[in-house]
Design a binder for this molecule. Structure first.
Ligand code: ACO
Length: 335
């Protein structure tokens, strides 16, 4: 592939995540729906998830991440040029949750908007934010993935409600100091022909909120699990392999693969296609479940905290989700 034109490389200079305190185990869900710890663990790899308090919104988690990012990098809100929040569970339909973050951290110079790409949201947002660094338009872009999935779960739909959790994670993107580390390449896709297999239909302009939409449960996430599963198994592996190969690498060159955490079996299939040893694959689905736009930045932040990335390492992050959407970003890690 021809090298993309860019003046600078966009490097990740800080990572942070937030997980709510309340732990909800599979045993807790056994009390709500006809399920079992054994079924959930063997079919999905999930043991527990975190739920945010009922009276706290998604922005609470996104703001905690934003504050942590500033602290880690010794910056103030005024140092940030742009804030992108990837979410499908914003506080309100508008204004954007990113504007609430912007206000909370005093990022008075920054513009801010939300990006909706479900479980691919963080990967889409990182690739988007990086363009403003690469072009020279901005010095610092904050990218956050945050979702409070507990607000859209139907606890009468056992095949879906056991899969999700709440959380947030994020990064700061800046000009790479050495010109070598940073975003190498990305591959992103959407296929709007498959809207029916994964969606929340209520509350938008097609089905504005009404007693009827609530009675029909249209405000809940719905999915055809096996259709999404088959799609995710194919696409997560396909886009990951394509991106590393078109940049002249193989799985052996990767230091860390941070995949979207939807189902352990989807992750294992992708890792196998890339020939990755288990220690190269970041997994936290057992503790966090699927936090939608937040899975990848939470897992990345945990990996960084564990010292799993050193300068020069190759990092691949891949998301697949509603839209349908899917994509990968490939980074060389900096100092
Ligand atoms: N507990 C017990 N039994 C269950 C449960 C449960 N929680 N859920 C489903 N079952 C039953 C089903 O009713 C079915 O029973 P039956 O055979 O008597 O009809 C049986 O288990 C098998 O169901 P399947 O759907 O075939 O199970 P499968 O192995 O496919 O696993 C799952 C289901 C986990 C949902 C899987 O399909 C999956 O992970 N899909 C992908 C989900 C996903 O990634 N969604 C993305 C959303 S992210 C976003 O973009 C917002």
């Amino acid at each position: 592939m021809a090298e993309r034109e860019k003046r600078y490389r966009a490097a990740i200079t800080a990572t942070e995540h937030f997980l709510p305190e309340r732990v909800v185990t599979n045993a807790d869900l056994e009390k709500l729906v006809d399920t079992s710890d054994e079924w959930i663990r063997t079919r999905t790899g999930i043991s527990e998830r975190r739920f945010l308090a009922e009276d706290e919104p998604t922005s609470k988690m996104a703001i905690a991440v934003a504050e942590g990012l500033l602290q880690r990098r010794s910056l103030t809100g005024d140092d940030i040029d742009l804030i992108i929040v990837a979410t499908i569970t914003p506080d309100m339909i508008f204004p954007a949750t990113a504007c609430l973050v912007q206000n909370a951290i005093g990022a008075s110079r920054a513009w801010a908007y939300d990006l909706s790409a479900a479980c691919s949201g963080f990967v889409f947002a990182v690739a988007t934010g990086a363009q403003f660094i690469e072009s020279g338009a901005h010095r610092r872009v904050m990218v956050i993935g945050a979702d409070k999935m507990s607000t859209v779960l139907d606890f009468e739909d056992r095949a879906t409600c056991v899969l999700f959790g709440d959380g947030a994670g994020g990064v700061i993107l800046e000009r790479s100091e050495d010109g070598e580390s940073g975003l190498i390449d990305f591959e992103l896709y959407s296929d709007g022909s498959n809207v029916e297999c994964l969606n929340i239909k209520g509350g938008g302009s097609q089905h504005p909120p009404s007693h009827e939409t609530v009675d029909r449960g249209l405000h809940y996430i719905r999915q055809e699990g096996s259709v999404v599963f088959k799609f995710a198994v194919v696409k997560m592996a396909e886009v990951s392999v394509s991106l590393i190969e078109r940049n002249g690498f193989t799985g052996a060159d990767l230091k860390l693969f941070v995949p979207h955490q939807a189902n352990r079996r989807i992750i294992d299939a992708a890792a196998q296609r890339m020939g990755l040893a288990p220690e190269k694959v970041m997994i936290n689905i057992d503790r966090c479940a699927n936090t939608t736009a937040a899975t990848i930045p939470i897992a990345l932040s945990e990996a960084v905290n564990e010292g799993r990335l050193q300068a020069g390492d190759l990092l691949l992050m891949t998301g697949v989700g509603g839209g349908l959407t899917w994509g990968s970003v490939l980074f060389r890690w900096g100092n």
